[in-house]
Design a protein around this ligand. Structure first.
Ligand code: SF4
Length: 554
């Protein structure tokens, strides 16, 4: 759950610290928008982009000004919708005002918008009616929703209700509060149906669970976050429930260092909108005061934190934990400041399989980084490309070890066919497709066949396979086996293959032996075709075997 940030285990930082996926994405979109804005045009965010003053001050310096209403934005300017999202009407109003919108609504919040917009039932939102996310969700409902903050409000909010209810939650609501509200609604009787969508964000519930566990095992808890951030405040509440000495710290100035220093084991949890720089500063300050071997442990600590800020490079193979799975993508926590996105197109799925069939939250997965600045500022991952790398390694190994591969012929091309080995496509020239002359390669399409690797040029993505080499090796093996088993005097069944003036060649299970004309019949023959025909099955006795010359007399 958490990792020790120092050698003596005194400060334990929750694993999910720093910006959550939605906040990271929004901040990066805002920074990019401000950086690309033409000179003289303004960039605004509708309300503070995140609930953290340090972060919004930094954004202001980068050119993103906070406004509270659309009227404050001049035509031609750009307004960023924050991760909390906003009601549907805003988009029409912005269009009418000639303002460009950059939508940084967190995809998890957007999903709630779609849910409530698609139902005709009476919507209940479990959450704080004043929280901008809840206000935004309400703005997507067909009718006025019912907003319930606590179980105690339920009876009054739904007095005389007879309609079926469609219940969603604010993403940052405490799980226990949501459950209490559901229980209270169920307790109202059976006069209406209820459809429940627990839309509490995994990032939030994970942080809360980690905070609870840490608080239970530590002597002091430090919650780093802005006092206006609802998820930070909730962490503070959870911390207090399980640990008497829980401190809510907005920045280094709030840290009650003397109090914290009295404790042996200090847990650190952070809100989803707390910048890395603030976390780093607070932890470094505590470490500085607590450690005997300051220099060494500070270095270790900084390295640990820096590691979480480093971004992987394109082409790097990374390991991460599945954070969320939806229809189109898997969001992967890579332990750095950006999350990874694994789109459905970058995963090899069998027919009918969905991403949820293959990935579950908390699974550890490996993938290859294909882009470090995806359209939404995320790190784009690919499982397919990882498989391709692994497949190339297998092909190169098969070439070196002269082992066989199974391929599937997918189509004909000029001079041969294309055959796939897993995710890699290779070429089989007509001359290497069979041990006999191939006139029409079409008949091989769709066939699965064994091949040898004839050549590999991975730099140019080229592999040449040979079915002929495979067949030749198989034949050699067969012949060796027959020679091994066969003895002079054995009687075996054979097939007449071809004639000469002096006899017939008979295939005895993979090798041809010569049945001399004098050995075909007791009577005198002018030609073997007087008594034999091509393809005829006959029993023959092995008269002699010459392994050196590879000749068998029958
Ligand atoms: S807490 Fe969850 S829903 Fe909210 S912005 Fe972060 S990732 Fe999105």
């Amino acid at each position: 759950m958490a990792k020790d940030s120092m050698n003596d285990n005194r400060i334990i930082v929750a694993e999910n610290a720093g910006f959550c996926f939605g906040v990271k994405r929004a901040v990066e979109m805002a920074e990019e928008t401000a950086a690309k804005a033409p000179a003289g045009s303004s960039v605004y965010s509708m309300g503070p982009l995140i609930h953290n003053r340090t972060a919004t001050d930094e954004l202001e310096r980068k050119g993103v000004t906070v406004i509270d209403s659309l009227e404050e934005a001049a035509p031609g300017s750009t307004v960023i919708v924050r991760s909390h999202g906003i009601g549907r009407a805003f988009y029409d109003d912005a269009k009418a005002a000639g303002v460009e919108v950059v939508d940084a609504t967190c995809p998890f919040v957007e999903k709630i918008h779609k849910l409530v917009a698609g139902t005709d039932k009476r919507v209940v939102i479990a959450g704080n009616s004043e929280h901008p996310e809840v206000v935004g969700i309400a703005g997507w409902c067909k009718d006025q929703p019912v907003i319930i903050g606590t179980a105690a409000e339920t009876a009054e909010a739904l007095a005389d209700n007879t309609e079926d209810l469609f219940i969603v939650s604010q993403t940052t609501l405490k799980e226990s509060v949501f459950q209490e509200i559901i229980d209270a609604i169920r307790g109202l009787g059976e006069g209406f149906g209820i459809e429940i969508h627990n839309t509490i964000c995994n990032a939030t519930s994970k942080r809360q669970e980690e905070c609870r566990k840490l608080a239970a095992e530590c002597d002091a808890m430090v919650i780093i976050g802005d006092k206006n951030s609802s998820n930070s405040r909730k962490l503070f509440e959870i911390g207090k429930q399980h640990c008497g000495r829980t401190f809510f710290v907005e920045n280094i100035k709030d840290l009650p260092l003397h109090e914290v220093m009295k404790c042996n084991k200090i847990g650190v949890a952070t809100g989803a909108s707390t910048p890395d720089s603030t976390i780093k500063e607070v932890i470094a300050n505590m470490s500085d005061a607590t450690l005997e071997n300051k220099e060494l442990t500070m270095e270790d600590l900084m390295e640990d934190i820096d590691k979480s800020l480093r971004l992987p490079r394109s082409g790097e193979i990374v390991t991460g934990k599945v954070h969320q799975v939806n229809e189109k993508e898997v969001i992967v926590n890579l332990g750095c400041k950006k999350d990874g996105i694994l789109p459905i197109g970058e995963v090899s799925l069998e027919e009918g399989q969905t991403l949820a069939d293959v990935f579950k939250a908390d699974d550890e997965i490996q993938a290859k980084v294909i882009k470090t600045d995806g359209d939404d500022g995320s790190i784009l991952l690919s499982k397919k490309k990882l498989e391709i790398s692994a497949n190339w390694n297998e092909i190169v190994k098969a070439l070196e070890d002269k082992t066989d591969l199974e391929v599937k012929v997918t189509r004909t091309v000029n001079g041969g066919v294309i055959a796939d080995y897993k995710e890699v496509s290779g070429f089989i020239p007509l001359s290497l497709l069979s041990d006999h002359y191939v006139d029409n390669a079409e008949e091989f399409v769709g066939q699965t066949m064994m091949v040898k690797v004839s050549r590999v040029d991975q730099r140019r993505n080229r592999a040449v396979f040979s079915h002929k080499m495979y067949l030749a090796e198989e034949k050699e093996k067969l012949i060796a086996e027959i020679w091994d088993k066969l003895n002079e005097g054995d009687v075996v069944e054979g097939t007449v293959m071809r004639f000469t003036d002096y006899g017939a060649f008979v295939d005895i299970g993979g090798i041809d032996g010569l049945l001399h004309i004098s050995e075909i019949s007791w009577g005198k023959l002018k030609h073997p075709d007087e008594v034999l025909s091509i393809g005829q099955k006959i029993n023959v006795k092995v008269l002699s075997m010459n392994a050196e010359k590879g000749k068998i007399s029958l």
